[in-house]
Design a protein around this ligand. Structure first.
Ligand code: NAD
Ligand code: TYD
Length: 365
């Protein structure tokens, strides 16, 4: 029996990870610490909580609340802590960077302090581990060729990626300075069930269903390296169990796509399912809009290290997993309605409003 504390487990990847881990490790217990920001939804795991109450505990709280985290660590003496908790949307970080510094930098620092303290007090158990889940965006933008490796220099472009870069540095500093057994993963763009519909793929799926405009930033030729969320969860489980503390692992799908090609593919998948003929093709909804400032051109991951050392490789092909994702959103209308709060609607109006002029946006922190 092992207890794992997962932070940010009510968000997109955390929800999928908790479901995955409970399934593959039937002896393990998971404690989910989540502040339930706009992006967190405790109901994502309501069925798990009902089915296996002894194996799943939800605690509402902030990773930056040191007293609460210390109490939780004392109560649970976890074998591991996996940190997903973060502000995660680039566009929001452009409008209001401070929330990103607060959670991603200060929150992570406070979580690290509390975990290190527990680890010291327990006599530095050799098998404890702290897994910090990060992004490939810390590396900045690639030209048409090349891939990010674990030794690529950090060069973040957005307040989001800068705050994640800072958190990665802190995690590594704790490892080097105190010998704290931490691991870092840097993953490419995920897609799949439970993704909040502010990100490209779910936003486009829902707009296509509702026949709303499809806002493509700039020329639509920015490239992302897409990974199905279940593949990411399998990689994280491998790093958690078999990764070497002190190491960093890049995780990527090897599925590079230009944004406009992804949007075209989504239009075609939904036209087929909604029986929209050529004359009503959803592609007519595409609008090229003002580019995101500081928009990274291309991301691509070299996942050679995790493949060689841990034998992980993605199992899902992009076309199939994208179709499964489309079907998930089509079949989960009530989930979509429940996460589209008043706050969500305000964000959509603010970010995509007709009078939008990004040069004029105000800090909202
Ligand atoms: P998400 O925004 O869907 O979920 C974030 C979760 O963290 C939410 O449940 C939210 O309530 C919680 N949270 C936010 N601030 C908190 C705080 N101070 N204390 C406790 N909980 C808090 O994000 P996601 O897409 O699931 O991403 C999870 C992690 O993975 C992030 O650290 C992100 O940087 C990283 N990541 C994401 C992607 C991607 O494509 N989505 C790719 C690589 C890495
Ligand atoms: P996003 O899902 O926000 O992920 P990230 O910025 O972390 O890569 O965006 C993915 C790509 O899609 C990115 O190049 C920006 C672009 N994009 C649009 O063109 N329109 C949109 O409405 C959104 C949300 C993103």
């Amino acid at each position: 029996m092992r207890t794992v504390i997962v932070t940010g487990g009510a968000g997109f990847i955390g929800t999928n990870f908790i479901r995955h881990l409970l399934e593959i490790r039937p002896q393990w217990r998971i404690v989910n610490l989540d502040a339930l920001t706009y992006a967190g939804n405790a109901a994502n795991l309501a069925d798990v909580a009902a089915r296996a109450p002894s194996r799943y505990r939800f605690v509402r709280g902030d990773i930056g609340d040191e007293a609460l985290v210390r109490t939780l660590l004392a109560e649970e003496t976890p074998w591991a802590v996996v940190n997903f908790a973060a502000e995660s949307h680039v566009d929001r970080s452009i409008v209001g960077p401070l929330a990103f510094v607060e959670t991603n930098v200060l929150g992570t620092a406070r979580l690290l302090l509390a975990c290190r303290r527990m680890w010291e007090e327990k006599g530095r158990p050799a098998d404890f581990r702290f897994l910090h889940v990060s992004t490939d965006e810390v590396f900045g933008s690639l030209g048409p060729a090349g891939h990010f490796t674990e030794t690529t220099a950090y060069d973040p472009s957005s307040p989001y990626s800068a705050s994640k870069a800072a958190s990665d540095h802190l995690v590594r500093a704790f490892q080097r300075t105190y010998g704290f057994p931490a691991l870092v993963t840097n993953c490419s763009n995920n897609y799949g069930p439970f993704q909040f519909p502010e990100k490209l793929i779910p936003l486009m799926i829902l707009n296509i269903i509702e026949e709303k405009e499809l806002p493509v930033y700039g020329d639509g030729r920015n490239v992302r390296d897409w990974l199905y969320v279940i593949d990411h969860c399998e990689a994280l489980a491998a790093v958690l169990e078999r990764g070497r503390p002190g190491e960093t692992y890049n995780i990527g799908g090897g599925a590079e796509r230009a944004n406009i090609d992804v949007v075209h593919q989504l239009c075609d998948l939904l036209d087929e399912r909604l029986q929209r003929g050529a004359e009503r093709s959803s592609r007519r909804l595409i609008r090229f809009v003002t580019d995101r400032p500081g928009h990274d051109r291309r991301y691509a991951i070299d996942a050679g290290k995790i493949q060689r050392e841990l034998g992980w490789r993605p199992r899902y092909a992009f076309a199939q997993a994208l179709a499964a994702t489309v079907d998930w959103y089509l079949n989960h209308g009530p989930w979509v309605d429940s996460v589209r709060s008043g706050e969500y609607r305000k964000w959509i109006d603010r970010n995509y409003g007709a009078a939008r002029d990004r040069a004029d946006t105000h800090e909202i922190d």
